[in-house]
Design a protein around this ligand. Structure first.
Ligand code: 13P
Length: 249
């Protein structure tokens, strides 16, 4: 019912050559695995390069971030309209590295979510708790605040054309993956929270897990009823790993 989605977030990695090789390595699997959508998110400077390399295969691409503004004097920013012009389908918004290192607030992330949808992109809203939040049993409270900032601005129905990625901060780049049970518990919380407001949206929205997803742990995670795929960092830069993750769906 929900199409499984595997997204690679390449973060600040890659050259034109390594990106060409990576796409060559994964496109065959993306073409033959009909029931999974495979998406790559390159650094913004490589968007046009990736647009060309994905013209004749099943891969889709997205941005890692967009500005909350569409045009204006905002040096160094990239707008959702610009990303859309090159054929992107998605953009991440509110990745924890943006929240942590670029001080993006829940409200700013909500405005980016809105800008993305206004440009015709599908926002992938990244949410997740810190280790301290988990240890002090504040996980659900933190996630609810992150979700609420978006529904307050655009309403819950906006999630009909959006994706949610649950990425616990303590699992990102640490090799410490959430157990399938831990992830499922949170995914189920997110879906129930949405269901209380709009059942149709709750059933429809894809909720991805991210944080140290590898070829050898993906199957267990993807087998959970509320996990609809993965948002993959490090392992998305290695052909065999990423292919293994796609095949684990
Ligand atoms: P890792 O897979 O490297 O832990 O990164 C996860 C992530 O942040 C994807 O957006």
């Amino acid at each position: 019912m929900r199409t499984p989605l595997v997204m690679g977030n390449w973060k600040l990695f890659g050259t034109k050559d390594t990106i060409s090789a990576l796409i060559k390595g994964i496109e065959g699997t993306a073409n033959s695995t009909k029931n999974v959508e495979v998406v790559v998110c390159p650094p913004p400077i490589f968007i046009e390069h990736v647009a060309k390399l994905t013209q004749n295969n099943n891969l889709k691409f997205g941005a890692q971030n967009v500005s909350e503004h569409i045009t204006g004097a905002f040096t160094g920013e990239t707008s959702s309209d610009m990303v859309k012009e090159f054929g992107a389908k998605y953009t991440l918004v509110g990745h924890s590295e943006r929240r942590q290192y670029h001080f993006e607030t829940n409200e700013m992330v909500a405005r980016k979510f809105m800008a993305a949808q206004n440009s015709g992109l599908i926002p992938v809203l990244c949410i997740g708790e810190r280790l301290l939040d988990r240890e002090t049993h504040k996980t659900f409270e933190v996630l609810e605040k992150q979700l609420k900032a978006v529904t307050n601005l655009v309403g819950v129905a906006a999630f009909e054309k959006a994706v949610i990625a649950y990425e616990p901060m303590w699992a990102i780049g640490t090799g410490r993956v959430a157990t399938a049970e831990q992830a499922q518990e949170v995914h189920s919380f997110i879906r129930s929270w949405l269901r209380a407001q709009n059942e149709v949206v709750a059933e429809k929205v894809q909720i991805l897990y991210g944080g140290s997803v590898k070829a050898n742990n993906a199957k267990n995670l993807f087998a959970q009823p509320d996990i609809d795929g993965g948002l993959v960092g490090g392992a998305a830069l290695i052909v065999e790993e990423f292919v293994g993750i796609i095949e684990a769906i």
